[in-house]
Write a protein that binds this ligand. Structure first.
Ligand SMILES: *Cc1c(COP(=O)(O)O)cnc(C)c1O
Length: 377
């Protein structure tokens, strides 16, 4: 099956008991134990639930992994995957991972003595130089937020294998439709399904997929112990969102490309960042490991005043955090996702007061272009 077909026929064609095409929402905490002496697949919904299982199997299939796990949020998925490590372990991370993931490393897990070193992961030598005797994993995210920086994944995975490290990729921006890190040698993929997989800005949700059964058992133990599991109605929303991932992504990506080209020519725009744009740093590596540029781009206006004016004046894009919904969203990293980073560090990373990030939705591209043109005037 090709990808679009697997989204619809993802191992669950209909309910065996009734023929229903939709996955039943098993809104139950517990299960009657029919035979006390026989093992039963379900006994308590934290440990397992049939609605959750349908989605966990679907995401494992789509990412090409052995096992999938669902969580109450993307950050719960990250925290639960990090829960497979122990005090005294060390993890190498990209320096521009999602802010909430950075906080988990830098605040929460630090107190549990899980060490980490943040490096510019687009530089393989920097990744290698961060290796310590107690290094156990490599945690990456590409394209990164908000400047869409590219990490060449394959050489990083090869290095991880050589050194016996577990490689982990946050694949939220690309989704398995455009990028499947497990096929390139990655061990664990994580998603904030709040974004493109859910796709409708109506649910907070996380997923993780392991390449092997053995890693799957380790993640499952944390899923069941931490208990950061989603409820069945949220699972229903993600199952429904997934079916249309390909058509949404195709359309939003076309718009992102048009907007990127429009912005690049605009006299009040000084820079455009989009992984598939000619001249974007790392574009070749991105093209090797992903089959499209995705739906997120960012740009810098000529002045701070213009960036703020744009955000106040733009009508079709919501001025908000988050991304990956059917609505176009404009966000202002210095005041939103990256507000907690000290200004000097922000400047070093290139996150300026003139930077705006756009997640393209499903509006007509020409309406967005007219609206942006007006707001940039
Ligand atoms: C949003 C996001 C997360 C966190 O997910 P939540 O669902 O908000 O908890 C993690 N990684 C990336 C890349 C994200 O965009």
């Amino acid at each position: 099956m090709r990808f679009g077909t697997s989204l619809v026929h993802n191992g669950y064609d209909f309910d065996k008991a009734t023929g229903a095409l939709g996955v039943p929402v098993y809104q139950t905490s517990t299960f009657h134990q029919i035979d006390l002496d026989a093992a039963q697949e379900y006994d308590y919904s934290r440990s397992g639930n049939p609605t959750r299982k349908a989605l966990e199997e679907a995401i494992a299939l789509l990412e090409g992994g052995a096992r999938g796990y669902a969580f109450a949020s993307g950050i719960a998925a990250v925290a639960s995957v990090l829960g497979i490590f122990s005090a005294g372990d060390h993890i190498i991370t990209a320096e521009d991972i999602y802010g909430g993931s950075y906080r988990l490393f830098n605040d929460f897990f630090k107190r549990w003595r899980l060490e980490h070193t943040a490096v510019d992961a687009s530089n393989l030598d920097a990744v290698k130089a961060a290796l310590k005797p107690n290094t156990k994993a490599l945690f990456l995210e590409t394209p990164s937020n908000p400047l869409l920086k590219i990490t060449d994944l394959k050489p990083c995975f090869d290095f991880a294998h050589e050194r016996g490290l577990i490689s982990i990729v946050d694949n939220t921006f690309m989704t398995p439709y455009l990028q499947r890190p497990l096929e390139l040698g990655c061990d664990i993929v994580i998603h904030s399904a709040t974004k493109f997989l859910g796709g409708h800005s109506d649910v907070i949700f996380g997923l993780a997929v392991t390449k092997t059964e053995e890693l799957g058992r380790r993640v499952y133990r944390v899923q069941n112990s931490f208990g950061a599991v989603p409820g069945p109605w949220d699972i229903f929303l993600v199952l429904r969102g997934l079916k249309t991932l390909k058509v949404r992504m195709d359309e939003s990506e076309k718009t992102a490309r048009k907007l990127a080209l429009f912005l690049r020519e605009h006299k009040n725009v000084s820079a455009v960042y989009y992984p598939a744009l000619e001249g974007h740093e790392g574009r070749e590596a991105h093209a090797r490991q992903a089959s499209g540029g995705g739906a997120v781009l960012s740009f810098k206006t000529d002045t701070t005043e213009r960036a703020r004016h744009f955000l106040k004046t733009v009508r079709l894009a919501a001025c908000a955090v988050s991304l990956g919904g059917v609505e176009t969203i404009a966000s202002y990293p210095v005041r939103m996702s990256h507000a907690a980073i000290p200004p000097a560090e922000r400047a070093r990373l290139g996150i300026t007061d003139t930077l705006i990030r756009i997640s393209c939705g499903l509006e007509d591209a020409d309406d967005l272009i007219e609206d942006f043109d007006n707001a940039l005037a």
